[in-house]
Design a protein. Structure first.
Length: 318
């Protein structure tokens, strides 16, 4: 009997681990953060947050809309509330009419247009790299930061993909650099894929040469590629966070004379996709680099790139 009890406990622990690993750590943290805002709303208004009721969730969404939250934020919060309920063993009907009809009404009244963060395009990218090179910093810091920017743009990387890179993921070949992506937002089960970055004509803006220089000066031969610095220019063993990448992007945009207000950590990735679309790169080739599984977002980049290129007014002579 004791053996059976022990086996059941082991199975329960293993099941708990499976549930915890069913979603990426960053995703789970985001769900918890979103749900915490809902919990605070419920506590302030005398509602029960877990388990909750569709009508309470609908009131919360209305509350968010009065604070000028975007429709995308409302939808994300709804998903988070639903997921936390599932993880805690509770059922919440997130498709209940009181929720869905409310969201539709908010859309109609307030509109669903979302002003996206700006992409970092080629000219801005060059200004950023020039600003880094001109900084009065130790060379090792400049090599790290310029490599993060150039690799992030050229590979259409997400922030967390940049900081997750390990030395063993890199394969320098005569044509350039192969980067093995073990896991990403759209590849939660770790099937992996490879991005290829060729050498650029301009060595100053070449991501492959920049990364080689960074690895040479940092003497990194294993572990995380992009790491934090301790006091001064002493390199630690600790991996950078994705928030640090976003901070660096904004810092160097400002130093390059570009207002960073409407840019984000995603601006490198969207900058690559938009620049590629402007240059006539096919949709499937953009997706092969970025790792997008759906064409929806990539087509949005292409549409943005073609706003002036295929503008009807180009055929009108005034």
């Amino acid at each position: 009997m004791n053996d059976i009890t022990t086996d059941i406990k082991a199975l329960q622990e293993e099941t708990l681990l499976n549930l915890q690993n069913s979603k990426a750590n960053n995703t789970v943290r985001a769900y918890k953060s979103d749900f915490n805002d809902f919990r605070i709303f419920c506590a302030q208004n005398g509602f029960k947050s877990l388990p909750s009721d569709p009508k309470i969730v609908s009131l919360y969404l209305t509350h968010l809309s009065t604070k000028d939250a975007k429709i995308s934020t409302l939808k994300r919060r709804l998903v988070s509330i639903g997921v936390i309920h599932k993880l805690k063993g509770h059922y919440l009907d997130t498709k209940h009419p009181s929720i869905i009809e409310n969201i539709m009404g908010i859309k109609r009244r307030k509109g669903s247009f979302q002003k996206a963060k700006k992409p970092i395009l080629i000219n801005s990218l060059k200004l950023i790299i020039n600003a880094i090179d001109q900084q009065n910093k130790q060379e090792i810091k400049k090599f790290r930061d310029r490599s993060i920017i150039l690799i992030g743009f050229s590979g259409g990387f997400r922030r967390n993909e940049i900081v997750s890179l390990n030395y063993d993921d890199l394969d320098f070949v005569p044509e350039g650099l192969k980067i093995n992506i073990k896991r990403s937002k759209t590849d939660q089960f770790g099937e992996g894929f490879t991005k290829a970055l060729p050498y650029f004509d301009s060595s100053q803006y070449c991501p492959v040469i920049s990364l080689k220089n960074w690895l040479d000066i940092s003497k990194i031969t294993s572990g995380p590629v992009f790491r934090r610095f301790l006091k001064g220019s002493k390199l630690s063993e600790n991996r950078l966070t994705d928030q640090t990448v976003a901070i660096l992007i904004k810092e160097y945009l400002n130093l390059a004379g570009i207002n960073s207000k409407n840019y984000s950590g995603h601006s490198l990735r969207s900058g690559f996709a938009t620049s590629a679309a402007e240059s006539g790169v096919e949709e499937r080739n953009i997706m092969a680099m970025t790792g997008h599984k759906s064409t929806e977002m990539v087509r949005r980049y292409i549409k943005e790139a073609n706003l002036f290129k295929n503008n009807a007014l180009n055929k009108i002579k005034l």
